[in-house]
Design a protein around this ligand. Structure first.
Ligand code: FEO
Ligand code: CA
Ligand code: CA
Length: 683
């Protein structure tokens, strides 16, 4: 397809909102922050909560004996328990590198002694018959076989020595940087819209180690049996208690059990049985026609941020122009078929992805698992919207090591909970300034409130299916705690404590500040640390502390777990989390350019011992990018990151970023980072 000449500049460089650029707001979230927060419930701004998790590392190791065992025959190990704590995890872990200084360099920058290399870029051929990337001759057919756009969640599983599988989410597309002269979906030609749909979803690609280093590259020759593209049109199965419900039935799918595609997959996680969980986030933005949707559907549509008045087509990608199911005036139930956690088996190229309704429907940021003491599976999930909630699912059945068929049913029956948190200091001591209360900590207790299990709803007026499809409304009804945009969860492989990134919420007023969300106009975000009762992921109560109140350490409202603030680095808008095997927390950011005036970054911080709170910056990403991933390999020799939407405010021919190819436009890519002398990363 040829590219028309640029017509006009698409996205002027205008204000940042909550740290994000205008283009991110439009293309990723459908301008979520420019609208009123959809949570208009009367819930209090304080309460009680609870949790438990499995680190990606332990999940990964376990994964090799789960779904992937038959396929790859490698690995051993089991699900998380504190007894599996890695050597070196006790005592006073410390990070050994010198922080990368805050900067605005259009490149990935890593500490002295480290190096980095691009693994795979948007457009790289990944399926048989895929053509080489040719910007001026893009087609949907080619894009369906090439690596997708804007990489977010990254997971890696070793297949054999020096060869592995990389899973990558393709959250959304920046058409302004994919097509010269693009304005919006109303003016786009249909092929461009189809290319955009094909660039969404996810990729599974085989990668190989470069020499004896911690660098990895795409396997480009020979049989690549696992390589797969998932797109906005890939057939998927709706499973769990809500599958088949009338709210999920459409003209094209009268049974309500099959859906095409997944959208806006942000973060994710891995299960103990080796599958990928990938989270549909801002799915509302892909639909138009809400103004003409049936009146009875509008309350739920609004609660999920769908536009239900005005010109719903303005600025849209207009997927409805190639597939009318995205028009709510014609197919209002299609909206109910997005917003789920999707499970995919990377070891089975024929696996039909499952949308697991038992885990609820909301703007899922991610999903991270931990086994309960009695070997059931707990999944921790955030709903990334201002004033929305934190959730946990606990399966009915126990995980069975090596039983792929059994484990494939685990996420279809269980109990869904939402979190309520209560501070332990008087409300009068929480004034919204970030000033610590007299007991010296933002902390308290919490409960997991039951919403439903597979047989019964615990929310008055809601059936089980209604709880699982209109989950936000059900959670409103039980008084869940309104949080500052809950993003990724992750559990420490050493202690089992669970961490949640709360990225920011500039809409919180001083009156709405509470101990778990202690800062009004929370521009820089914070991180919560949760300890489940008896350290059991199946518990229904917990204690919590605020680990970090982010920002420039010179800002009085910040808090770094009590660590000397003259010895830490600035951080803003924490988003994705991971752990290394020593129990250090790694935090990637999405919003530093608009809040602390430097590129987004990957930071790391010990959370136990004398150095708890000593935050350092491990890497920074190119101009305009957020730092997605991160994933640390089990041998701790490589960190994968995914700089997403580099140069997002530019246009083709006038780019803000030219990373990594230095041409007329950037290419979202996945990067490996390693120590040049082979040391474990971070040490
Ligand atoms: Fe896609 Fe909540 O970040
Ligand atoms: Ca307190
Ligand atoms: Ca995210």
């Amino acid at each position: 397809m040829s590219q028309p000449a640029p017509r006009r500049r698409l996205l002027p460089l205008i204000s940042h909102f909550g740290g994000r650029s205008r283009a991110t707001c439009r293309f990723r979230c459908g301008d979520a922050c420019f609208h009123e927060a959809p949570n208009t419930s009367g819930n209090e701004y304080f309460g009680d909560i609870y949790a438990g998790v499995l680190s990606r590392r332990n999940v990964l190791r376990a994964g090799a004996v789960g779904a992937g065992a038959a396929a790859v025959g490698v690995g051993a190990g089991g699900a998380f328990s504190p007894a599996l704590a890695a050597p070196g995890g006790r005592g006073n872990p410390r990070l050994g590198f010198t922080s990368v200084a805050p900067n605005t360099i259009d490149d990935v920058v890593v500490p002295e002694g480290y190096d980095h290399r691009v693994v795979v870029r948007w457009g790289d051929p990944v399926l048989p018959g895929a053509p080489e990337f040719d910007f001026s001759r893009q087609t949907a057919e080619a894009q369906e076989k090439q690596f997708g756009y804007n990489c977010d969640y990254v997971a890696f599983v070793e297949l054999e020595r020096d060869r592995g599988l990389l899973w990558v989410n393709h959250e959304y597309t920046n058409e302004n940087l994919m097509f010269a002269g693009y304005t919006d979906g109303n003016d786009a030609d249909l092929e461009q819209i189809k290319i955009g749909m094909a660039a969404h979803g996810g990729s599974i690609v085989e990668i190989e180690r470069v020499g004896r280093t911690g660098a990895w590259k795409l396997v480009t020759k020979g049989r690549r049996r696992y390589n797969r593209r998932i797109t906005a049109t890939t057939p998927m199965r709706l499973t769990g208690p809500a599958a088949g419900d009338p709210l999920l039935r459409t003209e094209a799918d009268p049974k309500g059990t099959e859906v095409l595609g997944m959208l806006n997959n942000c973060a994710g996680g891995m299960t103990p049985w080796g599958t990928i969980l990938t989270a549909e986030e801002n799915f509302n933005q892909y639909f138009v026609g809400g103004e003409s949707a049936p009146e009875e559907a509008k309350a739920a549509l609004k609660r999920y941020g769908f536009a239900t008045s005005g010109d719903t087509r303005a600025g849209s990608r207009r997927f409805d122009r190639v597939d009318e199911r995205f028009d709510l005036s014609k197919h209002p139930n299609e909206a109910n078929r997005f917003g789920y956690i999707v499970e995919i088996d990377p070891f089975d190229p024929d696996y039909k992805p499952r949308k697991r309704t038992a885990l609820g429907r909301f703007k899922h940021e991610g999903a991270n698992t931990r086994l309960t003491k009695d070997k059931r599976v707990a999944v921790y999930m955030g709903d990334d919207e201002r004033f929305d909630y934190m959730y946990k699912f606990v399966s009915d059945k126990q995980y069975r090591k090596g039983s792929r068929r059994h484990n494939d049913t685990l996420l279809d029956s269980g109990t869904l909970y939402v979190a309520k948190l209560t501070g332990d200091s008087p409300a009068s001591q929480i004034d919204g300034s970030g000033k610590l209360p007299r007991d010296g900590e933002f902390d308290g207790t919490g409960t997991w409130i039951k919403l439903c299990d597979s047989r019964k709803s615990y929310v008055e007026g809601f059936t089980v299916a209604e709880v699982l499809i209109h989950t936000r409304l059900a959670a409103d009804a039980v008084g869940a705690t309104k949080m500052d945009r809950p993003e990724d969860f992750e559990a420490s492989p050493v202690t089992g404590k669970v961490y949640c990134a709360l990225t920011n919420n500039t809409s919180r007023t001083p009156e709405q500040a509470d101990e778990p969300n202690p800062r009004a106009a929370n521009k820089f975000g914070h991180i919560l640390e949760i300890t489940e009762r008896r350290n059991d992921a199946g518990a229904t109560s917990f204690t919590w502390k605020v680990l970090l109140v982010c920002g420039d350490p010179e800002d009085e409202s910040t808090y770094f777990a009590g660590y000397d603030k003259s010895k830490v680095v600035p951080i803003s808008s924490p988003d994705n989390l991971t752990f290394d095997k020593r129990g250090n927390l790694w935090i990637s950011t999405d919003g530093q350019p608009g809040t602390i005036n430097c590129n987004d970054a990957l930071h790391a911080v010990p959370v136990e011992g004398r150095h708890r709170g000593e935050l350092k910056t491990f890497a920074t990403v190119p101009v305009g990018a957020e730092c997605c991933g991160p994933f640390i390999t089990e041998d701790q020799k490589t960190v994968f990151i995914a700089p997403q939407h580099p140069g997002e405010d530019g246009v083709v021919g006038a780019p803000q970023s030219t990373w990594p190819d230095r041409g007329d436009f950037p290419r979202p890519s996945v990067v490996s980072i390693w120590h040049t002398r082979g040391k474990d990363v971070g040490v």
